[in-house]
Design a protein around this ligand. Structure first.
Ligand code: ZN
Length: 261
């Protein structure tokens, strides 16, 4: 009897314990489910991150002509295609303003000048259609003095992330191009494709076609692949730093919440 009584007394405790264990297990499984969903959502967001790539010029507009006769439009397109392939392989969604040697002006537009205007309007339309993207425009530089060489990054003040993106990219190009000590440059809103862009955006001048070494390098497909990989690495580093600073902000917020208790 005594043992039954003890057992009877213990039943509510056992039920309570069972309930606690069940609730704890349930909570743990919900938490695990939440974490799995969060991880899945993060992966999906990363997978779907859009990069808009613009190969400058195209068609009748050849851009700069290098000292060795290469056209800027061809170099830009080749780099952009290599870069796009790397990004696609890494899971990014890539949008191109052009994938061929063409101007993307509207049908029926006559005259080189009008075609150029229409081409730029259509490129801007593409860039603006992806407000959550990162916009990268690839060009080559030209100057009257042939000794000027090396890549340089240009950015606007439209998005506070632009400077960080430019700085990261400039540092990586300095590794590719020994002696390149150029500094990132803030541009005003004079550049048509950049004047209204609100997303992180960067104009990359990969080198000087007026410099014989840059022109020779940029005319070689292997070197253009290195340039593409440099830009790809810059984007990966940028996203890595973005995640780190977001985590830091969240930890900071959690800490200040604790201090308020
Ligand atoms: Zn150009």
């Amino acid at each position: 009897m005594a043992s039954i009584k003890i057992l009877k007394n213990k039943i509510p405790f056992i039920i309570t314990l069972f309930c606690c264990v069940t609730v704890a297990a349930l909570a743990a499984s919900v938490r695990a489910g939440d974490e799995a969903r969060a991880a899945e959502a993060a992966a999906t967001t990363a997978d779907k991150r859009v990069i808009v790539l613009d190969a400058g010029h195209g068609g009748l507009d050849s851009g700069c002509v290098a000292v060795n006769g290469s056209y800027e439009k061809d170099i830009n397109l080749d780099i952009v295609k290599d870069l796009g392939a790397l990004l696609t392989f890494a899971g990014y969604e890539v949008v191109y303003t052009r994938t061929d040697d063409v101007s993307i002006h509207d049908d029926g537009v006559e005259g080189v000048r009008n075609q150029k205007i229409s081409d730029m309007e259509n490129r801007l339309e593409i860039v603006k259609s992806y407000p959550d993207s990162i916009f990268i425009s690839v060009h080559q530089n030209l100057y009257t003095k042939p000794e000027y060489f090396g890549a340089q990054m240009f950015y606007t003040g439209n998005n506070s992330a632009n400077f960080k993106l430019a700085r990261i990219m400039q540092e990586l190009f300095a590794q590719l191009q020994p002696g390149n000590d150029r500094e990132v440059k803030l541009i005003d809103n004079g550049l048509y494709l950049f004047k209204d862009t609100q997303q992180p955006a960067l104009l990359i001048e990969c080198g000087f076609l007026s410099n014989p070494d840059d022109a020779a390098n940029l005319s070689r497909p292997e070197y253009r692949k290195k340039v593409a990989f440099t830009i790809y690495s810059g984007l990966e580093k940028y996203f890595g730093e973005e995640v780190k600073s977001k985590e830091k902000t969240e930890i900071g917020e959690a800490e200040s919440f604790l201090y308020m208790q």
